[in-house]
Design a binder for this molecule. Structure first.
Ligand SMILES: [Zn+2]
Length: 195
């Protein structure tokens, strides 16, 4: 799981002694700042992401050892384009922060009962399956996105068989599939769009 990163502001400063790049974004409703400070000495340099906490001060979310990026960056001078040099370090740190700050989806007891029944009916009452990261990345690029639909009669549908605009999905299962779902095509089209 990862959360959307919404850009808000950025600042850069460069002197003969150091250069610094700050980027402020919003992640999962929180104001988050990446700050990368490249000093003359590696031990004084730092890269970290912090968020504003409820006391209006900054709480560290993730950081990076300077040895990951310090050697690849130029010596401080007023001519350094701090945003261009340190932007990629901020990109990577903010990606990690978005993973840390992503809300954890919780499954209801009802849906967990349905997962239990899915396993039992697909395998056996003592069914067990270990799903690997490869399995998950394959599934994310084949077929539609997973939808879990809880019906009024207490049944639950787990499906990757429909495209997002299908009436069955948009109506949460109260209308039938419009018979235009071709999820092989759908996944291919998504890949072509680079989504
Ligand atoms: Zn459909």
């Amino acid at each position: 799981m990862t959360a959307v990163i919404t850009h808000q502001d950025e600042t850069a400063v460069a002197t003969g002694y150091h250069y610094r790049y700050d980027r402020v974004v919003e992640i999962a409703g929180r104001i988050v700042r990446a700050r990368i400070d490249r000093q003359l000495y590696r031990s004084h340099s730092f890269a970290l992401v912090a968020m504003i906490n409820d006391e209006k001060s900054w709480t560290r979310v993730v950081d990076d050892l300077a040895c990951q990026w310090w050697d690849a960056t130029p010596t401080p001078s007023t001519h350094v384009d701090a945003a261009a040099v340190l932007g990629p370090v901020a990109d990577e740190l903010l990606r990690r922060a978005a993973t840390v700050l992503a809300p954890t989806p919780t499954l209801s007891a009802h849906v967990l009962d349905a997962v239990s029944a899915l396993l039992a009916t697909a395998y056996r009452y003592d069914g067990e399956q270990r799903i690997t990261p490869d399995d998950m990345s394959w599934a994310s690029t084949h077929g539609g996105r997973l939808h879990i639909i809880e019906h009024a009669d207490g049944s639950v549908t787990f499906t990757k068989a429909h495209r997002e605009e299908c009436a069955f999905i948009t109506s949460s299962g109260t209308q039938d599939c419009d018979d235009e779902c071709d999820v092989c095509y759908f996944a291919d089209a998504q890949r072509r769009l680079g989504q």
